[in-house]
Design a protein around this ligand. Structure first.
Ligand code: ARG
Length: 500
């Protein structure tokens, strides 16, 4: 579905004669939000259907009136999904557009806004929208984790240098490096789940600021919209003033999404380095790289670079949201309309980065020869030499010093450390015995890394198996709001699904 183009304002609604048509048009254009909040429409309709159902229960609407309203809303939903709904800029936002269209068709719609304000309506729509986005993003993060696990598992034997300060440090299985990111994205999924749980309270019934004098059944509305706890009990906001002015859930999502973006950015940086001729550890498939307009030989990792770059705007959106909120007096202020573009941009950006990164990883080949050439640097095992001396009773500091002297000797001799003779080892440190030369065997060295969390073969295999088991379990489906059938067709491409 394409983004609607609001038609030109034909007339501005209910302006006093003090305003000429010209400035009014400018004001309408300046203050409209329908050009971006139109995408809340499935949730706006779902909220209105639940509200109408409750109004019938408390006797404000008759059964036929409710039926007409629901039928009208469903018809509007179908038109929006089909792209034929005439969005009007002069009707300001998604709420007014839908209500005006409904009222023009269904007389009873004039009762629909009973005990409801756009202030609690927009708070509701945003919560519903974000709940669905978080569920979708969480599923996409799971796919990304699967891609990382698969990439590591496709190359169980490959060892690379692990780096600190971007200097070679100690050998690790390539899979161990991949699984480090799986851990990061797992924490991200946890933060998103926390945010989703906290936003899962229904604000409808808060009115403009102070609830209503009518005996609304807020619990019914909450239940209909899936704002329930594990036992199916309705979850309601407890303070009408807080409910209409609260955008903490937007900030929380912005913060959790920023951390996702930062993790993606760090992963991108690793991939960019690894794809360079200097490292050569991976090759990204042509479809996920671009060429240079000038240099014929270039193959650039643009997806990773853009993902790294886009993290900047996600972080910027978070800062914008915090600054937006910090000076607002209670309760609703129109400033809050500015939350939407930042929220939508964050969700769209992070979701597309997660999906593209996963797809790129699925089309990335590890280059075992380049990895082996880097990993065979014997200096990566200098710490193993120190551990060897410790096992023979030497204090670690002394062992560290002895191995340092051995490294300096090798450097001076112009030979790799594993080419020094046993006598040369013993000349630096007499505690070295004949078995020391066996320490330089990389595959045995990997076997020695066998405590929980370490990058040794047994541990990494165990981690891969564990993640495979965890990730094959689908995340629990979010509670589905009563959205008309047409509403399920959204503007986003369906989430990539893979079977394993
Ligand atoms: N478009 C508005 C927003 O996004 C909806 C709420 C308007 N409420 C009001 N009292 N003007 O915040």
């Amino acid at each position: 579905m394409k983004s609607p183009r609001p038609s030109q304002p034909s007339a501005v609604v209910s302006r006093s004669g003090r305003f000429t048509e010209g400035p009014s048009r400018e004001v309408a254009r300046f203050s409209q939000s329908v050009s971006f909040d139109w995408r809340l429409w499935p949730h706006d309709i779902a909220g209105s259907i639940a509200h109408a159902t409750m109004l019938e229960k408390i006797g404000v609407l008759s059964a036929p009136e409710r039926r007409d309203i629901v039928g009208g809303l469903e018809a509007i939903g179908r038109e929006i999904a089909a792209g034929t709904f005439p969005w009007k800029e002069d009707l300001e936002d998604v709420h007014m557009n839908i209500e005006a269209a409904l009222t023009a068709r269904v007389p009873a719609a004039a009762k629909l806004h009973t005990a409801r304000s756009r202030n609690d309506q927009v708070a509701l729509d945003m919560r519903l929208w974000l709940r669905a986005e978080i569920a979708a993003l969480t599923g996409e993060l799971r796919d990304l984790q699967r891609s990382l696990v698969d990439l590591g598992a496709r190359h169980p034997e490959v060892v690379i240098p692990g780096y600190t300060h971007l200097q070679r440090a100690q050998p690790v299985f390539f899979a161990h490096h991949c699984l480090a990111y799986v851990e990061m994205f797992e924490r991200d999924a946890g933060r998103l789940a926390d945010a989703a749980d906290r936003l899962n309270e229904c604000p409808l019934g808060s009115g403009a600021i102070a609830g209503s004098t009518l005996p609304l059944d807020r619990g019914l509305v909450a239940t209909l919209l899936g704002f329930t706890d594990a036992k199916g009990r309705p979850r309601l906001t407890r303070n009408s003033m807080d409910a209409v002015s609260d955008r903490d859930f937007v900030v929380e999502f912005g913060a959790a999404a920023s951390l996702v973006a930062v993790h993606l950015s760090r992963l991108s940086e690793d991939l960019i380095l690894w794809a360079s001729a200097e490292f050569g550890f991976i090759r990204i498939a042509d479809a996920y790289t671009t060429g240079s307009s000038l240099m014929p030989q270039k193959k650039n990792p643009d997806i990773a670079e853009l993902t790294r770059g886009k993290s900047g705007r996600v972080i910027g959106n978070l800062v914008s949201l915090l600054v937006l909120l910090k000076g607002l007096p209670m309760t609703y202020n129109r400033d809050l309309q500015e939350d939407k573009e930042r929220l939508f941009d964050t969700a769209d950006t992070v979701r597309s980065c997660v999906c593209l990164t996963a797809a790129m990883l699925d089309h990335t080949a590890v280059q075992p020869a380049a990895c082996a050439a880097a990993a065979k640097d014997p200096l990566l095992l200098a710490t193993d030499l120190a551990d060897y001396l410790v096992q023979r009773g030497m204090p670690f500091r002394q062992a560290h010093h002895a191995v340092g002297a051995l490294v300096a000797f090798a450097e001076k001799a112009g030979r790799p450390i594993d080419r020094l003779t046993l006598d040369e080892h013993r000349a630096i440190e007499p505690c070295f015995e004949a078995d020391v030369l066996g320490l330089y065997d990389l595959s045995r060295a990997m076997g020695r890394r066998d405590i929980p969390g370490a990058p040794g073969g047994r541990q990494v295999d165990r981690q891969i198996d564990g993640w495979r088991r965890r990730l094959s379990v689908a995340p629990p489906a979010p509670p589905a709001p009563p959205v008309p059938p047409a509403a399920t067709a959204g503007p986003r491409p369906a989430r990539r699904r893979r079977t394993r």
